[in-house]
Design a protein around this ligand. Structure first.
Ligand code: IPM
Ligand code: MN
Length: 350
């Protein structure tokens, strides 16, 4: 299995090293060989060469690899995130990775900022549409920098795009024995664009008789995620709202460093990355929490069909959290590398 590794910037490099450690350990324990190819793309490479991704970059990633793993992108020297837009958003668009799969799973009660909530209360998957919405970048600035400036960016929603993500959410629920899917939009205010979400959701709902389909406006969803997270099993929403609520979700599971994601196109080369950013001030200091990165590697293994291997990584992470063998974010005293060592050492073929 061939995997492209793009550690990227800042703590992305630190946490990718630990994810790699765990993947190699999975290889040893389960007798599998992973061909991990390190790619240099990121802020340093862009500043040195002027290249974000080479001209054949997307094709190369799609055709030569089974999966792509990214650490984090973002560097204060590149304020417009030009390289991040090409490497991360560009890959999402060009490889048509329309599902952003972001689990929100609390591993230990003490990590939850909500009083009295435990792992049974915080266990949901958020499906974020990943190829449309405001992220498409259609729009522009007129009279930029003047008192008359007009800035427009269009909220793009297509039938194809909305249908495939909502369908994916229902199919995921069905395949995993889940009974509740909640769609969130803001169709009370964004009446044209989000009416399409209403239409698609209502058209698809009758095809899933065993599933309770509910709708919340995005503001109410935020409130409910904090008030009573146990009501949610599967949430589906658009790109921008999904971006926002998955940071909220990350805190419910103990912090941004805990959260994992997969940018998927079922059946095609997909991209996996922790939800957190590059946190430049913590880079290279052996303090970043590698759990989100390691759980993203588990999602990748799962997507590649290695279910037992993925479960073994999750179990190892769970053990590290339960035994407080981790970084300050989980209340531990270990560094990034020592946490990776512990989790790798705890991977077992049970
Ligand atoms: C994420 C990130 C990205 C996004 C940024 C870096 C463009 O916040 O993956 O959640 O908004 O999609
Ligand atoms: Mn985000």
């Amino acid at each position: 299995m061939r995997i492209a590794l793009i550690p990227g910037d800042g703590i992305g490099k630190d946490v990718t090293a630990e994810a790699v450690k765990v993947i190699r350990r999975v290889g040893d324990v389960f007798g599998r060989s992973f061909d991990l190819e390190m790619l240099p793309y990121g802020a340093d490479y862009y500043l040195e060469t002027g290249i974000t991704l080479p001209p054949n970059g997307y094709k190369m990633l799609r055709d030569e690899f089974d999966a792509i793993y990214v650490g984090a992108l973002g560097d204060p020297r590149i304020p417009d995130m030009r390289h991040g837009r090409d490497i991360l958003l560009g890959t999402r668009f060009e490889l048509d990775l329309y599902v952003n799969h972001r689990p929100v799973k609390l591993l230990d009660e003490r990590l939850c900022p909500l009083k009295g909530r435990g792992p049974a209360d915080v266990n949901m998957v958020i499906f974020r549409e990943n190829t449309e919405s405001l992220y498409v970048g259609i729009g522009g600035r007129f009279k930029a920098g003047t008192e008359d400036e007009i800035a427009i960016q269009e909220d793009v929603n297509t039938f194809k795009g909305v249908h495939r993500i909502v369908k994916h959410a229902f199919e995921y629920a069905k395949a995993n024995g889940l009974t509740r899917v909640c769609m969130a939009d803001t169709s009370n205010a964004v009446t044209h664009a989000h009416a399409l979400w209403q239409r698609v959701f209502h058209e698809l709902t009758p095809h899933y008789p065993g599933i309770e389909a509910t709708h919340l406006f995005i503001d109410a969803l935020c409130m409910q995620m904090v008030k009573n997270p146990a009501q949610f099993q599967v949430i589906v929403t658009n790109n921008i709202f999904g971006d926002i609520i998955t940071d909220l979700g990350a805190q419910l599971q103990g912090g941004l460093g805990m959260a994992a994601s997969g940018n998927l196109h079922p059946g095609r080369t997909s991209l996996f990355e922790p939800v957190h950013g590059s946190a430049p001030k913590y880079a290279g200091k052996n303090v970043a929490n590698p759990v989100g990165a390691i759980l993203s590697a588990a999602l990748m293994l799962d997507f590649l069909g290695l279910k037992r291997e993925a479960a073994a990584v999750e179990a190892a992470v769970k053990q590290s959290v339960a035994k407080v063998q981790g970084t300050a974010e989980i209340g531990g005293t270990l560094g990034t590398r020592e946490t990776g060592d512990y989790i790798a050492g705890a991977v077992k073929d049970s």
